[in-house]
Design a protein around this ligand. Structure first.
Ligand SMILES: Cc1cc2nc3c(=O)[nH]c(=O)nc-3n(C[C@H](O)[C@H](O)[C@H](O)COP(=O)(O)O)c2cc1C
Ligand code: SF4
Ligand code: SF4
Length: 436
């Protein structure tokens, strides 16, 4: 079995799988059970200032987007930071870390955007044995109305300032947790780096409303007839998170800044996507809440088997491996030609590919031959868009074939060229070098 041990900004953990700051990590009972199940680390549920804790609503704080077969695709919450006493949390963090020396214990923090508040809370962590801190600049509901969470994460200058305070007043490694509720994720990441952050983690949740009850015409879920926007997470947000992780990994200003990837991770394949796009560790919340802590066993076994199969000796060898393959549209090769191919042996003749292509793409799939149902790609119409591949219910029944240089594209009558040609040089581009 491959060794999954991870050294992330000096924080050691037996595997890269951490629980994200959220209900799974809000007390010793949960975290002990998580460590027993095999999680490599936790980010403790966000702590706030000393004094009376925040108060959560006593109505539904969660909502969900389900598939027709009741699988959870998206999850929404309006929970605040920890509503337990600071002293109790600190005592439990200390005890749990003492009993689980080999696991990563990160403490998430969110206090008002004032130097003294950060100085005070950082001082309270000194004797807990925590391995690092994560600055929660991400939660988009409740706390942001009080000038914390996403309200800080949306202003790069605040991120830089608070990060610098944390580096000044604490010796612990600082991970800055970013909000996705922003247009260009590179800006807050750059600010975190300027402030001295050791790493960034992302994503926190996305602002969202789950729906409306059709009979009361009330926002749903609601507490006493009213609801509030909440944070969206779970499998549905994974592509958004992956893009943001890759953006930071390939931005020259932040390239090499360690990343802890979060958002919709539920199995080892999800984790691998994040790792290959630049994440040194991954964090999980929704999947643990829906399926329980034991999902980490599939994650560990799956990643380990994959590494054995591929000959990887350590997780760090995979980190960022796919980043060079992420580009901008303008650099994609316009001379590359693909065509869809239907495997007649596995086709069940459902007709979905035909109707999708006929109604909304390029009318490139037949539905009849000699009076019988028959689905075949017309190469002289196909543009290789991949729509039929995505709608076909039979895995791998439709695939895309790349034409080789020298072959003729039946659609255009042109010979496929081996030369790379992208939009930056295309004659139709008024800004291209050739056109100028
Ligand atoms: C119920 C709930 C509570 C959360 N509380 C916090 C929190 O206190 N601090 C924080 O940084 N993130 C919090 N999050 C966000 C998660 O840590 C994580 O960033 C997000 O859920 C995306 O990961 P996922 O798709 O695996 O759930 C919370 C998420 C949920 C669902
Ligand atoms: S790849 Fe696109 S254009 Fe080609 S057959 Fe499929 S749906 Fe039609
Ligand atoms: S969608 Fe797939 S299974 Fe259905 S007709 Fe097309 S190729 Fe066959």
């Amino acid at each position: 079995m491959a060794n999954l041990h991870t050294n992330f900004i000096g924080i050691q953990s037996p595997n890269p799988f951490w629980l994200a700051s959220a209900p799974p990590t809000d007390k010793a009972y949960n975290v002990n059970r998580a460590f027993e199940a095999g999680w490599g680390g936790v980010v403790w549920k966000t702590l706030g200032e000393a004094g009376p804790p925040v108060v959560n609503v006593n109505g539904p704080r969660y909502g969900a987007l389900m598939t027709n077969d009741r699988r959870m695709m998206g999850f929404n919450n309006i929970e605040l930071i920890t509503d337990r006493d600071l002293e109790l949390n600190l005592k439990e963090i200390r005890e749990v870390k003492r009993n689980w020396q080999d696991r990563a214990m990160i403490v998430s923090l969110m206090v008002p955007c004032e130097e003294q508040s950060w100085k005070n809370i950082l001082a309270r962590l000194v004797d807990t044995g925590a391995d690092g801190i994560e600055l929660n600049f991400g939660c988009p509901h409740g706390m942001s109305e009080r000038g914390m969470g996403a309200a800080v994460g949306q202003v790069p200058e605040y991120i830089e300032m608070v990060t610098a305070w944390c580096k000044q007043y604490s010796k612990l490694p600082v991970i800055v947790k970013l909000t996705p509720n922003i247009t260009d994720i590179r800006k807050p990441a750059q600010a975190a780096k300027r402030g001295g952050a050791d790493a960034v983690s992302l994503i926190n949740t996305i602002n969202s409303i789950m729906g409306v009850d059709p009979y009361t015409l009330t926002m749903s879920p609601s507490t006493g007839g009213k609801g509030s926007h909440g944070g969206y997470c779970g499998p549905a947000v994974k592509p958004i998170a992956l893009n943001m992780v890759a953006e930071i990994a390939r931005d020259p200003a932040t390239a090499g800044l360690p990343i802890s990837g979060i958002g919709g991770i539920g199995n080892w394949r999800d984790a691998l996507d994040f790792i290959a796009l630049g994440s040194g560790t991954v964090q999980v919340c929704t999947a643990a809440m829906v399926y329980g802590f034991k999902i980490v066993q599939e994650m560990s076994d799956g990643l380990s088997n994959y590494m054995d199969e591929m000959g990887f000796k350590s997780v760090s060898e995979i980190v960022g491996k796919a980043v060079p393959t992420v580009s901008d549209w303008r650099y994609l090769n316009l001379n590359h030609i693909s065509k869809a191919v239907i495997n007649q042996d596995s086709c069940i003749q459902c007709g979905r590919c035909h109707i999708a292509c006929e109604d909304t793409s390029h009318q490139a799939i037949t539905n009849m031959k000699d009076g019988k149902r028959f689905f075949e790609v017309k190469e002289d119409e196909c543009v290789g868009c991949n729509l039929c591949v995505t709608v076909c219910p039979v895995p791998e029944c439709i695939s895309l074939r790349d034409l080789v240089p020298g072959e003729t594209d039946q659609r255009t009558g042109k010979t496929v060229s081996a030369v790379h040609a992208d939009w930056t040089t295309h004659p139709n581009n008024p800004m291209s070098a050739k056109a100028a």
